[in-house]
Design a protein around this ligand. Structure first.
Ligand code: SF4
Length: 334
């Protein structure tokens, strides 16, 4: 699989601190990254010609230099994506966000106060969060909302729909949890994702642009055409198109793969591990002849690591019987 000469996006974890305690969050609660280190990454990204940076955490608005960081990235002419819970944004921070950010990616784990608190443990008023979301929606070019999939999502996305319609985000990203919980693995099995894919197809008829993000095998839908519509695949993630600067100070392939690729973008992008990930030798034979391999890349390396002890293994959701069926259906219809 081909790799571009440069990453399209650098994700910078500027702090590990967060007010929330979300069920599937594995983010380490580590302190703020010094501004000088963040500047060095922004300088390198701009110097190399990388187009976009994503400022994330933890909760990035908690970093004491949050506003100067955004202004510095803007001055370096980088497009800025901001990941935030939008729980508690001061008027000054909101002003800077509006002046600098191109895309806000806002986590939305509940459709009302009770549901939001149940998942996040947030002590902030849901109404305040909503006010912030509508301000971001009104003033920024693009707003995405993101909701972590839970074991009842395939039945319980419905209560979110009126709120999602009101917010009208450019995309509603339903995030596959990257978790090593045995319970989660058991509950969120291929059948669960197959039903979820059908549920998402229904939601889309309501003109809601919903996708499953975090890599997931497309064939889990039982039909590659549906899989392509519902799952974003691994192509955009896991070191294929973007890199993450960990709050620990090194670059890594994505949020959930803590492989240390080095201390600079250039060094990380040339790292042999990323070249290995771009190969297909470690994937099941069915994947290697799959028509959607380029998008899917065999699912999640992060989940392969959690299930098999190595990222260079099959995604635990990969089901050979389901994959065979989906591939033969695709070859009949093509
Ligand atoms: S067969 Fe492999 S590459 Fe194809 S959709 Fe399934 S997991 Fe992805």
């Amino acid at each position: 699989m081909k790799r571009p000469s440069l990453p399209s996006e650098i994700i910078i974890e500027i702090t590990g601190r967060c007010r929330q305690v979300c069920t599937y969050c594995t983010g380490p609660r580590i302190p703020d990254v010094p501004f000088k280190d963040i500047k060095a990454t922004l300088d390198e990204a701009a110097g190399l010609g990388v187009k976009a940076v994503r400022i994330t955490g933890g909760e990035p608005t908690l970093h004491p230099d949050f506003r100067p960081i955004l202004s510095y990235a803007k001055a370096r002419k980088l497009a800025i994506i901001l990941n935030t819970s939008a729980d508690n944004i001061s008027p000054a921070a909101m002003k800077t966000i509006i002046a600098t950010v191109d895309v806000a990616h806002v986590s939305l784990q509940g459709y009302d106060e009770k549901a939001n608190t149940a998942y996040t443990g947030s002590k902030v008023s849901f109404l305040d969060k909503m006010k912030n979301i509508f301000l971001l929606k009104a003033y920024l070019p693009v707003l995405w909302t993101a909701t972590v999939i839970t074991s009842d999502s395939e039945r319980s996305l419905t209560p979110f729909i009126p709120l999602i319609k009101k917010i009208n985000p450019a995309a509603w990203l339903l995030q596959r949890p990257i978790s090593d919980s045995v319970e989660a693995l058991k509950e969120m099995n291929p059948l669960f994702f197959r039903k979820l894919a059908l549920e998402i197809m229904k939601i889309r008829r309501d003109r809601i642009n919903a996708f499953v993000s975090n890599p997931t095998p497309l064939c889990v839908a039982g039909d590659l055409q549906i899989g392509k519509k519902v799952f974003l695949g691994a192509r955009l993630d896991e070191g294929h198109l973007r890199l993450v600067r960990s709050a620990r100070g090194f670059f890594k392939p994505n949020y959930f793969l803590e492989t240390n690729l080095g201390r600079s973008i250039r060094e990380a992008w040339e790292h042999p591990f990323l070249k290995e990930l771009s190969g297909t030798g470690y994937l099941p034979e069915l994947c290697r002849r799959c028509p959607v391999l380029d998008t899917c890349r065999g699912g999640s390396r992060s989940m392969a690591l959690r299930a098999h002890g190595t990222p260079l293994a099959a995604d635990p959701l990969f089901d050979p019987a389901m994959a065979r069926k989906a591939l033969s259906k695709a070859s009949v219809s093509s």
